[in-house]
Design a protein around this ligand. Structure first.
Ligand code: NAP
Ligand code: ZN
Ligand code: ZN
Length: 347
């Protein structure tokens, strides 16, 4: 067993506090690594505060994890000691269902095994996430990090990055497509960078006017302040694709009205409460509402390689562990530019 230091929520909504626990011994297919950086995803906050229903405590959140390999099991061929490694939102799956066979482990028919807020697969051991200084993972559920990218700025790619890359690929972001990104937070800012790199015309729909210059720098052609309640009137049937990363409960109707014929609004944000939409808005223009959840292991590696080639990383604010609770407050207030990342040396 490996003694590990981290931060945990001991109960729903409680402040996170220092927490020590043990990682399992290395199995033949396992890789052990020293965590260097761990991103703070809004999903960590939703779960630590039980905004998605009953959660499991103590909870060590964190599913945007990067580090350097320190030990490998006997059968590990994918990694060597010293390699840069990343782990995202799940640590295991059934590995044999239709979806796992297609590399879509996030949609495993038995349910993916989350990086935290659950048990390790076929075990009564609570899975502890990335807000910690050491990790053990089966080699098949970890990815390689390109050597040219700054490691702190890579961490958010493991969730925020893949979660926007996957729907952009699925719905065909390319030159000639008009794409809107709702919410310029951790996920949204990655969506802007990816959609621009894929050649699409990007519009940011934001309720924080102060983010306008940043949006343009990231590759957006247009920025719309959604606090102006009539904003949508100028964009009727304007977008092919809208990616909704908003973490709060909002009315989708004005957004749907800006979809072109056959356009799709992809729900990515998970505020917790159901949305209400009128049938008429969907019928008028054969519009669709869809959903998308992170991405599978092959696509996670593809996304990181794409980032390596195009030199894409997240805009990060690196913090120490004792700032996590303030970082949560600032994230909820949409006051992060654009992802908090914890320096694991501070655990
Ligand atoms: P985040 O950094 O907090 O960004 C959310 C953004 O939503 C904010 O920056 C803000 O953008 C906008 N927003 C917040 N409150 C708003 C309000 N009251 N009205 C309008 N806009 C508001 O969060 P994140 O980490 O990017 O995560 C976003 C959501 O995606 C969360 O619900 C998270 O759980 C979910 N998520 C889903 C997946 C998936 O696989 N589908 C994966 C990861 C996370 P502006 O300031 O620009 O308006
Ligand atoms: Zn996440
Ligand atoms: Zn499966």
């Amino acid at each position: 067993m490996m003694k590990t230091k981290g931060y945990a929520a001991l109960a729903a909504g409680a402040d996170l506090v220092p927490f020590e626990f043990e990682r399992r011994n290395l199995g033949a297919n396992d890789v052990g690594f020293e965590i260097q950086f761990s991103g703070i995803c809004h999903s960590d906050i939703h779960q630590a505060r039980e905004e998605w229903g009953t959660a499991l405590f103590p909870m060590v959140p964190g599913h945007e994890i990067v580090g350097v390999v320190t030990a490998i099991g006997d059968k590990v061929s994918k990694f060597a000691v010293g390699d840069r490694i990343g782990v995202g939102v799940f640590i295991d799956s059934c590995r044999k269902c239709e979806n796992c066979s297609r590399g879509l482990q996030q949609y495993c028919l038995e349910g993916m095994t989350g990086t935290y807020n659950g048990y390790e697969r076929n075990s009564d051991q609570i899975a502890f996430g990335g807000y910690s200084n050491f990790f053990v993972i089966d080699q098949d559920f970890a990815v390689k990090v390109p050597s040219n990218l700054d490691l702190a700025a890579v961490a958010p790619l493991l969730c925020a990055g893949i979660t926007l890359y996957s729907p952009l690929r699925h719905w065909g972001a390319q030159p000639g497509k008009k794409i809107a990104v709702m919410g310029l937070g951790g996920l949204g800012h990655m969506g802007v960078k990816f959609a621009a790199a894929m050649g699409a015309e990007v519009t940011v729909l934001s309720h924080s006017k102060a983010k306008q210059e940043d949006a343009k720098r990231m590759g957006a052609s247009n920025f719309v302040d959604t606090k102006n309640l009539d904003w949508h009137k100028g964009f009727q049937k304007g977008f092919d694709l809208i990616l909704n990363t908003v973490s709060a409960d909002i009315d989708l109707e004005p957004y749907l009205s800006t979809l072109r014929t056959d356009g799709t609004l992809v729900v990515i944000g998970l505020p917790g409460k159901p949305y209400s939409v009128s049938a008429g808005t969907l019928l008028n223009g054969r519009r669709s509402i869809a959903g998308s959840m992170i991405g599978g292991i092959p696509e996670l590696q593809e996304m990181l390689d794409f980032c390596g080639t195009h030199n894409i990383v997240s805009d990060v604010e690196v913090i120490k562990a004792d700032y996590i609770n303030q970082a949560y407050e600032r994230t909820v207030a949409s006051d992060v530019r654009y992802r908090f990342v914890i320096d694991a040396k501070s655990f």
